[in-house]
Design a protein around this ligand. Structure first.
Ligand code: BTN
Length: 318
């Protein structure tokens, strides 16, 4: 009922009386009053005038569906949008929905993750409302081998959204971190369910350090947030809608591939290309120069003997 009251007040410019709300929703005036009080406790702000009713003045600052939907321009990504107060991992949550047949483009975003997963078995930790942790599910008609372009395309979209929304000079650290200077701002983890040569669904999970004001000692030197980099709070709902708008735009424009245009943009925003890198080969540390990224999202490394090697996963140090 609370969601319906917000929807009703969002689409109405002026005031809506308590009796109109109770009539439209088929509930008692008392129930409407209780729901409004509950919404106030969650951070919604109403102007209430005797004999006129209620007017919605502000959404809460934390992630919430109506405030995100207000700015969402997509036709697929986030059409089915789920905002969770708390979840183990948004990737795992969507895996269950994916197996139950949820629609292409479903997005789950959590105010708090208790078991956030990172790449290479790491964890993604964040305090409630500090980071924007979300996953989206796609059902692309592609072979499992073609899934490799999804993460770089998502990285490109998020990097462009952050640059547009905040003006920050963030860059992509191959394969899928977004950094400012040397500090990590965003991490991406893509997982898929596939049978034989067909993909059933792909889940891309993204964690953006948004409002974090201080990081635990062990990652203080390695991580930053939009708050720390810009020096202030920002409208998280508007920003998140901007991120989803960019993801859809990038995916549609490039037909889910690292097209020549996408690859050019990715490369120009990639902090790794053009730098000396170190990676592990057969248990040994190798130093090379990153000279580009190919359409499969692999990093092209030039070894000291001028031969090239393609790196497709693992840890690369710049
Ligand atoms: C990494 O940098 O190692 C990847 C981090 C990915 C974290 C995100 S947060 C939302 C989604 N749900 C998860 O459990 N992990 C991803």
């Amino acid at each position: 009922m609370q969601k319906k009251i917000i929807e009703l007040l969002t689409k109405t410019d002026g005031y809506v009386s308590g009796s109109e709300i109770s009539e439209q929703l088929g509930v008692s005036r008392q129930a409407v009053w209780k729901a409004i009080n509950n919404l106030k406790e969650q951070g919604y702000k109403f102007d209430s005038v005797t004999n006129r009713g209620y007017r919605l003045v502000a959404y809460p600052p934390h992630l919430n569906e109506p405030a995100i939907e207000k700015y969402l321009k997509t036709s697929v990504i986030g059409k089915n949008l789920i905002v969770l107060d708390e979840v183990g991992s948004t990737n795992d949550y969507l895996k269950k929905l994916g197996a139950d047949g949820c629609e292409n483009g479903t997005v789950a975003v959590a105010r708090e993750q208790t078991q956030g997963k990172g790449r290479l078995g790491r964890v993604w930790k964040a305090k409630k409302d500090d980071s924007i942790t979300f996953s989206f599910l796609l059902r692309p008609k592609i072979a499992p081998s073609e899934v490799s372009s999804i993460t770089p395309l998502a990285g490109l979209a998020v990097c462009k959204a952050i640059r547009e929304f905040t003006g920050l000079d963030c860059r992509i650290k191959w394969p899928n971190d977004i950094i400012i200077g040397k500090k990590k701002l965003v991490g991406i983890l893509t997982e898929m369910s596939a049978e034989f040569d067909a993909v059933e669904y792909v889940i891309t999970g993204i964690g953006i350090n948004a409002d974090t004001q201080d990081f635990p000692d062990d990652i203080k030197e390695k991580a930053t947030s939009i708050y720390l980099a810009t020096g202030g709070h920002f409208d998280k709902n508007k920003f998140f809608a901007c991120v989803l708008n960019h993801i859809e735009e990038e995916f549609i424009k490039n037909d889910l591939k690292l097209s020549p245009v996408a690859l050019k943009e990715y490369t120009s925003l990639c902090a790794t290309v053009g730098r000396d890198i170190t990676f592990t080969k057969n248990g040994k540390s190798v130093t090379a120069k990153a000279v580009g990224v190919n359409p499969d999202g692999e990093l092209i490394a030039e070894l000291p003997d001028k031969t090239t090697k393609l790196i497709n996963s693992g840890e690369v140090t710049v």
